[in-house]
Design a protein around this ligand. Sequence first.
Ligand SMILES: [Zn+2]
Length: 374
Amino acid sequence: MDNASSCALCEKRIEYANDSREHIIPHSIGGRRKIRSFICIDCNSRSGDSWDAEIWQQFSHLAMMHGVDRERGTPPNIKIQTIDGENYLLLPDGSMTISNATYRAEPGEKGIKINITARDKPTAHKMVKQAAKKNPKVNVDSFLSAMTVTETPLESPVTFSAQFGGELAGRSMVKTTVALAAAAGVSAQSCDAAMQYLKNDTVTPPYAFFYLRDLIANRPSTHAFNCVSVVGIPSKRQLLGYVEYFSMSRIVVILSEQYDGPTVNTTYAFNPANGTGLDLSVDLNLSDDELELIRINQAVTDETYTAALDEGFGIIYKRNQSRYLERETSNAFEHACESMGIPKEGIIPTERAQEFSILVADYLGSKLANMIRR
Ligand SMILES: [Zn+2]
């Protein structure tokens, strides 16, 4: 284990004390695979706090909408707005809730009528107890038993800016390709074009957004993925990388154009919703024309870019719909049991099965109407 290696970024000698476990794809967006003896602890935290932090800035909304699952910790809720200016909170599982609880007290027929809207049951409980302190007449138990939980589809679209790339996020993605190359046994020195960019503020980015064609032959259609791929073709002197995040942001990195190492073809891809590894086949055998367009950062057309975004948002939409259905189906069963006076986990007597299914169908029917309206 005495491989004398030096940090890819600062070239300091890496020893046991300053070695780091660098995530090949940032941990914030669900990356799990790590590499040792790649960069030192200082460079790990410096690049994490700037380059990788910008990745979270740019991808946090998409990550949450896909229900990103991190190896450690849960991402914080994010404030979002609809185009009509209404505020919501986006939760780590991809669902949304009202951002502020409301408390309204107004005179009613028999005293004061209190109306509480909260984002979840525990918050509502807390608010009812506070109300009870101020108004001794409030009966906490009857208040809580009258509490209803509603879920409504958003009336207007949510806005967030989807701008990928730039100085910092660009460096994070390029670092990701160099890290995967290193994990495959290709030294950082062999990634000369990428390393010049990572070590120097004024170097032209060695990457370009790529939407000329789909480079993933077996693109999953039911869930998003994050992926990095590196291909080394010594006969063409090419060492190329590909990074795609949340099925939307797609870049090709020219790691080197004077590559003379071994043939390499390696990919790390996973489903961000559960971290499960994926076996994606990435085609980085690019034509000369495609490479030239990458060099001048023109490897994108409005049409193909829009199609990629549509596809990405389509996955989010489908995911939300199936979650909504799942939840409402369970609500429908609960509702039917309650109406028939049967405990939640109880058994439905055969002679009442029809009554039960009609109740479930009626409930679901009204919820499905919500979905069709959209
Ligand atoms: Zn270093």
